[in-house]
Design a protein around this ligand. Structure first.
Ligand SMILES: Nc1ncnc2c1ncn2[C@@H]1O[C@H](COP(=O)(O)OP(=O)(O)O)[C@@H](O)[C@H]1O
Ligand SMILES: [Mg+2]
Length: 583
């Protein structure tokens, strides 16, 4: 069913439907194309008149020739003008349509559920917004305009040929199927090569991307030569394929088409001799020679757009599928949360499109305004559990309740307003420090500055050239990971979410600052439920409940003392870290 919805024809129809709003401009462009073609096609007629003139009077008749020359020049100018305007209008229409499409995609991308970004396709979303729209632009700008222009050109030439001399035109039109077959055969052979060129080009882009991004590792491990060899190989491959297409074009296609034109012309001349009343004017023959050459071009051009069209269809399919993808996977309940109570009931979870069960039979109760800690080895499922609390994924089995309401009934807005996370590496936007904390929310400057100092950012503010008004995030390296984490903490200090999650958010902060932040956290706790994920167990000693996860299961729960007495995994981890610290 899905395939039918995105069949090539339906995609083309959908692409064309974007013209609806711009039909007048499109009509104007078509008229301009028509005029451009007519003026272009008239030049051979004037030339043949010129020849006629010479033949008729044997001498150059100045006045008449002057007329012809000025007609000729005026036609050339007109044709250039029409061509110029139609190109401009067509570009205007296609650019506007692409702009609309891009905004459409960005809108959809911004509203996608977080799980789309947590999985791998960030790159594919970027590709959709940049490359795919570019190839769709090709559809509007090149393919369609060339199709219209060549279609019109073809029919006007054919009609003028019939008007000029129908018998000759009839013979000439025999050429059309032959040329079409030759071009299609040519396509058949050159298409795979063009495909290879395109793929080596994208391969080249990827490799360069890889090199620039991984330059430190490449230099550190002395891999420069290997990468140069790789680039050389791709380059060479693309070069050889390009030569191949050039050979096919210049050795096969062009000579063959010229041969066909010559054969047709000879046919015309010989067959017309059979008709006794037919007088072949030299001027008409001249016009025909000209037209025959012109007649090939539209056929080559239209069939030549095939591969571009195919590409545009593939890109459009990706774009339309993305635009049509369900945006909302959240509930409709928009009433604000009263408490930050969290309950997990028999929750099992497997990431979409994977098979491995990550969380197994999780049952936890987190009372409102309590502080709970999640500990466990790397990969035990702590981040996954916090993703579930954030509502980024739906559980495979079981239920999660927030404020006693099933999480899947809560609207996205309620979730985002009431549940916040400080990540291990918060994203820093290219903006001032102060805006990086307020994030365009309506927050008083004083509150933001207060949060800045509370989260131990004073040191950073002091070294920045313009204090907290300085632009940060320009290049990723100017802030340390710890500073980024402090900014992440400041961001949540200015809002008052009901539930706050710290996912290894203090891992790169020095112990002294961390202790200060701990104090702030305990003050936050009066208003919010706090979930802390931390490797450094000293951070979570004071939590009300510590939940120990192992391979997706809760294996221990209790407070610090209880768990130490348990002598289980927590005890082992704690004594290990404690001893290590004392060494
Ligand atoms: N987006 C994802 N898709 C599929 N598997 C994932 C994804 N994120 C994490 N995992 C897997 O889930 C398991 C738990 O990961 P995670 O919750 O990040 O562990 P922790 O935070 O405890 O280190 C790991 O085995 C990891 O490979
Ligand atoms: Mg994690």
């Amino acid at each position: 069913m899905e395939d039918q919805q995105y069949s090539s024809w339906k995609i083309i129809k959908r692409l064309l439907s974007y013209y609806k709003k711009k039909k007048y401009l499109l009509l104007l462009s078509c008229i301009l194309i028509l005029l451009a073609t007519i003026t272009e096609i008239s030049s051979p007629i004037i030339l043949s008149n010129f020849i006629n003139n010479i033949l008729k009077y044997r001498i150059l008749k100045m006045t008449k020739n002057l007329y012809l020359i000025s007609y000729f020049i005026i036609l050339q100018i007109l044709s250039s003008c029409f061509n110029y305007f139609y190109t401009i209008y067509f570009s205007k229409i296609s650019t506007e349509i692409i702009q609309e499409l891009r905004i459409n995609i960005m809108n959809v991308a911004l509203q996608q559920p977080m799980k789309v970004f947590n999985q791998k396709p960030i790159n594919s979303i970027i590709t959709k917004i940049t490359n795919d729209t570019e190839s769709v632009k090709e559809f509007y700008e090149t393919i369609l305009s060339s199709f219209l222009k060549n279609f019109i050109l073809f029919f006007i030439i054919l009609t003028s040929m019939f008007i000029l001399e129908w018998r000759m035109a009839l013979i000439s039109s025999l050429m059309i199927p032959i040329v079409s077959i030759i071009v299609i055969i040519h396509q058949y052979y050159s298409k795979p090569i063009i495909k290879k060129i395109k793929s080596s080009l994208s391969n080249l882009n990827n490799t360069i991307n890889e090199i620039i991004n991984g330059i430190t590792i490449i230099q550190q491990f002395n891999q420069e030569k290997k990468f140069i060899e790789k680039i050389n190989y791709i380059n060479n491959e693309s070069y050889l394929n390009r030569i191949k297409t050039l050979k096919i074009d210049s050795l096969l296609l062009r000579p063959l088409l010229n041969l066909i034109s010559s054969i047709v012309l000879s046919c015309i001349i010989t067959t017309l001799k059979l008709f006794p009343m037919a007088i072949i004017k030299i001027s008409i023959i001249h016009t025909f020679i000209n037209y025959l050459r012109h007649l090939n071009e539209p056929i080559i051009a239209i069939t030549g757009q095939q591969s571009l069209l195919q590409q545009a269809i593939v890109s459009s399919e990706r774009i339309f599928k993305f635009i049509d993808s369900p945006i909302k996977t959240y509930g409709n309940n928009i009433s604000s949360l009263k408490t930050g109570e969290i309950q997990f009931k028999n929750v099992n979870f497997t990431y979409p499109e994977t098979k491995k069960r990550i969380l197994k039979n999780i049952n936890i109760n987190i009372p409102d305004r309590s502080c709970i800690a999640l500990v466990g080895k790397t990969g035990s499922g702590k981040t996954t559990l916090s993703n579930l609390i954030l509502g980024h994924y739906t559980v495979t089995e079981g239920k999660i309740y927030i404020d006693k309401k099933p999480i899947n009934t809560l609207s996205n807005k309620v979730l985002r307003k009431n549940i916040s996370i400080v990540q291990q590496e918060p994203t820093i936007l290219y903006d001032s420090l102060i805006n990086n904390i307020s994030l365009n929310r309506e927050i008083k400057e004083k509150t933001v500055i207060n949060a800045l100092y509370k989260s131990q950012l004073k040191q950073l503010v002091d070294v920045l050239p313009n204090g907290y008004m300085s632009i940060i995030g320009q290049n990723n390296d100017s802030l340390s990971q710890g500073q980024k984490q402090l900014i992440g903490i400041a961001r949540i200090l200015v809002s008052h979410p009901k539930i706050l999650i710290f996912d290894e958010a203090t891992a790169s902060i020095d112990s002294e600052s961390e202790q200060k932040i701990q104090k702030i956290l305990s003050s936050i706790q009066k208003k919010s439920t706090v979930v802390i994920i931390a490797h450094r167990l000293s951070t979570i000693i004071n939590s009300d409940i510590i939940i120990v996860l192992d391979k997706g299961r809760v294996i221990e729960t209790g407070n610090h003392k209880e768990l130490l007495n348990n002598k289980g995994l927590y005890y082992k981890m704690f004594t290990y870290q404690h001893n290590y610290k004392n060494i």
